[in-house]
Ligand binder design. Structure first.
Ligand code: NAP
Length: 246
């Protein structure tokens, strides 16, 4: 696999899974643009890592839930690089708690970031991909989008939406040479799970057949495969990487 000369946009690429995905593309010589929302230091560190791995990196700050930001970001990239070959919709947030305790602001935040954010950036990038009749979109979903999680109801709903969006858009764009797939990870060792106590973490690990949390690299390796020509007949699919959990 080689991404030399390819332009890759990763939303939420400053930390966690997005950073690992950025590193995998950088190892394969991609031009990697990472988007992030607020943590500038983390974004700078990711750019440093991309460059030390031999890739070219650029960071763009902004909120994926805003359509006008999505338009501006995609236009900036097209003006600078002329194209987007790979879009990874990875930006996401979780909201843990009982459904009945959630308020309208929580509904909006989780759904607008995870689901609408994915729709926003895909809508803007797909226009350019359609002109070139090539491109790959990979959406980072979650196993909870398939099976649902108690105390993560809004999150599960947003990820279930991403799964349906992926299957539908994949079918619509396939005749135009654009592939759309999703990855649904299990529990991955990032800041998103840092709220767990040592005991909670150990007990959750025991529920996973592989008896460990996944790593960002586990997701990153699958992402570059799906973006590559090795996966050229794969589209409209949701692929699980969860150590056998679900
Ligand atoms: P993380 O460590 O919390 O990182 C989240 C990333 O998303 C950060 O780069 C953050 O930017 C960015 N982000 C958040 N809201 C944003 C917004 N409105 N606009 C732009 N960027 C935004 O999370 P993670 O664990 O790596 O998760 C990444 C993706 O994988 C998410 O979609 C998540 O749902 C999914 N996932 C995670 C797990 C898991 O167990 N960790 C499992 C399944 C699926 P800042 O740094 O600026 O905050």
């Amino acid at each position: 696999m080689d991404f030399g000369g390819k332009v890759v946009l990763i939303t939420g690429g400053s930390r966690g899974i997005g950073r690992s995905i950025a590193e995998e593309f950088a190892r394969l010589e991609g031009t990697v643009i990472i988007n992030y929302n607020s943590n500038e230091k983390a974004a700078e560190e990711t750019i440093r890592r991309i460059e030390s791995l031999g890739g070219y990196g650029l960071s763009i700050k902004g909120d994926v839930s805003s359509y006008s930001f999505a338009q501006n970001m995609v236009e900036t990239i097209i003006n600078k690089f002329g194209k987007i070959d790979v879009l990874v919709n990875n930006a996401g947030i979780a909201k843990i708690g009982i459904f009945i305790d959630m308020v309208e602001e929580d509904f909006d935040k989780v759904l607008n970031t995870n689901l609408k954010g994915t729709i926003n950036i895909s809508h803007c990038a797909a226009k350019h991909m359609l002109n070139r009749k090539t491109g790959s979109i990979i959406n980072i979903s979650s196993m909870w989008g398939q099976v649902g999680a108690s105390c993560e109801v809004l999150y599960s709903a947003s990820k279930g939406g991403i799964n349906a969006f992926t299957k539908a858009l994949g079918k619509e764009l396939a005749p135009s040479g654009i592939r759309v797939n999703a990855i649904q990870p299990g529990v991955i060792d990032t800041d998103m799970n840092s709220w767990m106590s040592k005991e909670e973490r150990e007990s959750l690990e025991m529920e996973i057949p592989m008896m460990r949390f996944g790593t960002g690299e586990d997701v990153g390796k699958l992402t570059v495969f799906l973006a590559s020509d090795s996966a050229k007949y794969i589209t409209a699919q949701v692929i699980t990487v969860d150590g056998g959990f679900i």
